[in-house]
Write a protein that binds this ligand. Structure first.
Ligand code: SAH
Length: 386
């Protein structure tokens, strides 16, 4: 049976609030022989079973998978994967020919800390963020085959995050190019060489929201990756669309995506976004700022806030009168209020009159666990800049 981890008295409150993280300071003792990645049962000093999770020595010592101390990890995985699948079915994302890219498992948002699964047509790309989850890959595979059938391709990309993981590899099948579409727009996706799981599914609704502002406008997409926002802007009738990303590889994919959708060339510039903005012409009516997570850890929060302020200030300084700025933060440690305060600070310094016209978040296949506010990681503001 699983090893036991005992919680200090008076430290059970977070479990009673269903928060899935147990910090090391709340731990009374860890059973001898418990290794990193082991599945453990959390008990109180009276010996009562409280929860089941994965152990890892560090600040977050246990990530809870079930608040029922009697469930097996295999049972939990099957149950939660099936529930996540049926919820995506309810959303109309399964077997949808207009959008065949969606997130099946959004870690804590689907009750499975440490696990991300993105679906690209007939391929599932898995990223385990914890060693514990990685050790259950074969159980995860079994459930996925049960849900999608034996034809599913499964690619494991956990080695980006876990040193113990095998180099990126196919658990089933191989790279299979197919017609990947989001809201009818085509995207080429390369999970082997691309960032994260290959595509930023989380911006689907926000790309759609952008279209309302693009007709006849000049659009600058900064941190453009494979051109998601650019494609939507072009399709919505923009007069001009330019993409800027520091990655030449991302820009290649971006250009390919323009060919796929419009059979047209696209201006995708390889540059640092902040440097680029400093000399940018002021012709752009719509600017998108979707940087990578500037703060991956709490310790980087202060620096990240400065970085968000700098890029927002430059965008505000350079946008056309009456322009629209889409600005995002995907840093988990920067909450919505902090992000907004940072944008306010940039706004004050810019000296321009600015209104928030829309507040954006992550889509419905990236659910936010009510008891884990940190899973609300994507924050966006649409600003009207006079
Ligand atoms: N908006 C994109 C996702 C952006 S992800 C979409 O809808 O798909 C963040 C992107 O920022 C990555 O493509 C990364 O290559 C790029 N990036 C990281 N640092 C950068 C920098 N300093 N300047 C420009 N781009 C950068």
């Amino acid at each position: 049976m699983y090893k036991k981890v005992t919680i200090k008295p008076q430290r059970e409150a977070s479990l009673q609030r269903f928060h899935p993280w147990i910090f090391s300071g709340s731990i009374h003792s860890v059973e001898k022989g418990t290794k990193n990645g082991d599945a453990v049962i959390l008990i109180n000093v009276k010996g009562e079973k409280l929860a089941v999770g994965h152990y890892f020595e560090g600040s977050i010592a246990v990530r809870v998978l079930s608040f029922d101390g009697d469930q097996s990890i295999e049972g939990i995985l099957k149950d939660k994967l099936e529930k996540a699948y049926s919820y995506r079915q309810q959303l109309g994302l399964v077997d949808n020919t207009n959008t065949n890219l969606y997130r099946l498992i959004h870690a804590e948002g689907d009750g499975l800390p440490g696990l991300i699964i993105d679906i690209y047509g007939h391929t599932a790309v898995i990223q385990c963020h914890t060693l514990g989850m990685y050790q259950h890959l074969s159980s995860i595979e079994e459930v996925l085959v049960g849900l999608y059938g034996s034809g599913i391709h499964i690619f494991d990309k956990s080695s980006d995050l876990i040193s113990e993981a095998k180099e990126k590899n196919y658990i089933r099948g191989s790279y299979q190019r197919e017609n990947w579409v989001e809201n009818g727009y085509q995207f080429d996706i390369d999970w082997e060489k691309g960032q994260k799981t290959g595509f930023f599914i989380d911006q689907r609704n926000n790309r759609k929201a952008l279209q309302a502002y693009c007709r006849g406008k000049k659009v600058m997409n900064l941190f453009s990756y494979s051109g998601g926002f650019s494609i939507y802007a072009q399709a919505a009738g923009a007069a001009k669309v330019v993409s800027v990303d520091a990655s030449a590889n991302a820009n290649e994919i971006c250009k390919r995506n323009f060919q796929l959708n419009f059979n047209a060339e696209h201006e995708a510039i390889t540059a640092d976004a902040l440097d680029y903005m400093k000399d940018m012409s002021q012709e752009f009516d719509v600017i998108i700022l979707d940087p990578p997570a500037f703060a991956k850890h709490l310790s980087a929060k202060h620096k990240a806030i400065q970085a968000y302020k700098r890029i927002n200030l430059q965008a505000m300084r350079h946008i056309q009168k009456g322009g629209i700025l889409f600005t995002f933060s995907c840093s988990q440690v920067i909450d919505a209020l902090t992000f907004r305060d940072t944008v306010v600070a940039a706004g004050i310094e810019s000296g321009r009159t600015i209104r928030i016209v829309q507040q954006l978040s992550q889509p419905e296949d990236h659910p936010i666990n009510l008891f884990h506010p940190e899973s609300n990681y994507l924050k966006g503001l649409v600003l009207h800049v006079e």
